[in-house]
Design a protein around this ligand. Structure first.
Ligand code: ASP
Length: 326
C-alpha cells in the first residue's frame, strides 16, 4: 500500500511548531493527508512500513493521556520505533533541562521528536537546538497545540463537508488554552467565523486582534452556531481564583441542553479532553447525539500519522517512502 505522501504536495516545513507558521494551503495539505489516513485506519489491515527504520521519541514534560498515546499509536501504525520519555520537570530549571535534553537527544539521533512542555515557546527552543530531526509541538504552555487544532478541523470538515463560512463558538477558559489559540488560527485561516465566549477573567485582553467576535454572555455567543467547542478550566495554569466556584461557572458558562438548543439544530459539540462534567459541560450533552468527542480522538490518530509522515518525508532528502519500500 502506498503512502498518501505520494498523492499530495510535499509539506513545506521542517517542524510543526504551531498553526501560526502554516498557510491555509499547508493546513489543507495536512488535512487531506490525514483524511486519507482516516479512511485507511478504518480498514482491517492498518499497519504500514512507511516509517520503518525511523526513530520517534515522545518527550513529555507535562502529563498527557490521549495526546501521548495518540502519537504513540500513530508512529507505531506507520512502522516507526517509538520511545516514550516522560520527564518530571518540577525540580529542575526549565532552561537547563531543555538544553541538557537537546544534547542528550542529539546523541541518540532520533528522526522525529514529539514534545510537550509547560513553557510557551519551549518546543521551538528545543527545535532550534536539535539538529537533523523533525520536531512536533504536542502542546507548549498556553501557546499552541497544533495537532489538536488539525484534528478538530478534520472532525468538522468530515461532518460538515467544509469549514469555510461555518460559525464556531469556542467557550470557557480561553486565556489559558493553547487549544483555543491554535483553533482560532486554523479556523480563521480556513474561513470560519469564530466566537469566543468567556468571563472577563478568562478572556485574553487583546483577543479581538485575532479576528474573533468576543462574548461575555454564553447564550449570545452560541446562538446560531454550527459548532460549539468547550474548554476545561486550566487550573494548573492559574495562579489564583479566576472563577467564584465550579457551580457558578457551570451556571453561566456550562453547556447544557438548553444552551445547545440555541445553536443550529445540527450543531456539533466538541471538547479536546479531559472533560470536567458538570463544570464546563453537562453529561447529557457530552454523551448526546450531537457530540463528536469520540470522532475527535479517532481523527487525532489520523492527523498525527499525517504529520509524522509529512515531516519524515522531508528528512534526509525525502527518501523515507523509498527506504521503506512502501
Ligand atoms: N488536552 C488539551 C491540552 O493539552 C486540553 C486540556 O488539557 O484541557 O491542552
Amino acid at each position: 500500500m502506498t503512502s498518501p505522501a505520494a498523492e499530495f504536495d510535499p509539506f513545506s516545513k521542517p517542524h510543526l511548531l504551531g498553526i501560526s507558521d502554516l498557510s491555509a494551503f499547508d493546513i489543507e495539505n495536512l488535512l487531506d493527508r490525514a483524511n486519507a489516513w482516516a479512511e485507511r485506519n478504518a480498514l482491517p489491515d492498518n499497519k504500514h512500513a512507511i516509517l520503518r527504520g525511523r526513530t520517534q521519541i515522545n518527550l513529555f514534560f507535562e502529563s498527557s493521556t490521549r495526546t501521548q498515546s495518540s502519537f504513540e499509536i500513530a508512529g507505531k501504525r506507520l512502522g516507526a520505533d517509538v520511545m516514550n520519555m516522560s520527564v518530571a520537570s518540577s525540580s529542575v530549571k526549565k532552561g537547563e533541562t531543555l538544553l541538557d535534553t537537546a544534547v542528550t537527544l542529539n546523541a541518540m539521533r532520533p528522526d522525529l521528536l514529539v514534545v510537550r512542555h509547560s513553557g510557551s515557546g519551549a518546543v521551538e527552543l528545543l527545535a532550534r537546538k536539535v539538529a537533523n530531526c523533525a520536531v512536533v509541538n504536542a502542546g507548549d504552555g498556553s501557546h499552541e497545540h497544533p495537532t489538536q487544532a488539525l484534528l478538530d478541523a478534520l472532525t468538522i470538515r468530515r461532518r460538515k463537508g467544509r469549514i469555510q463560512g461555518l460559525k464556531v463558538a469556542i467557550c470557557g477558559d480561553i486565556a489559558h488554552s493553547r487549544v483555543a489559540r491554535s483553533n482560532i488560527l486554523s479556523l480563521a485561516a480556513l474561513g470560519a467565523q469564530v466566537n469566543v465566549v468567556a468571563p472577563s477573567t478568562l478572556m485574553p485582553t487583546a483577543i479581538d486582534r485575532m479576528g474573533v467576535n468576543v462574548f461575555r454572555n454564553m447564550d449570545e455567543g452560541v446562538e446560531g452556531c454550527d459548532v460549539i467547542m468547550m474548554l476545561r478550566l486550566q487550573r494548573e495554569r492559574m495562579s489564583g481564583a479566576f472563577v467564584p466556584s465550579s457551580r457558578e461557572f457551570f451556571h453561566y458558562y456550562g453547556l447544557d441542553s438548553r444552551r445547545l438548543a440555541l445553536a443550529k439544530p445540527d450543531a456539533l459539540v466538541m471538547h479536546p479532553g479531559p472533560m470536567n462534567r458538570g463544570v464546563e459541560i453537562d453529561s447529557v450533552v457530552a454523551d448526546g447525539t450531537q457530540s463528536v468527542i469520540r470522532d475527535q480522538v479517532e481523527m487525532g490518530v489520523a492527523v498525527r500519522m499525517a504529520v509524522l509522515e509529512a515531516l519524515a518525508d522531508n528528512l534526509h532528502g525525502g527518501d523515507n517512502v523509498k527506504a521503506a519500500g512502501a
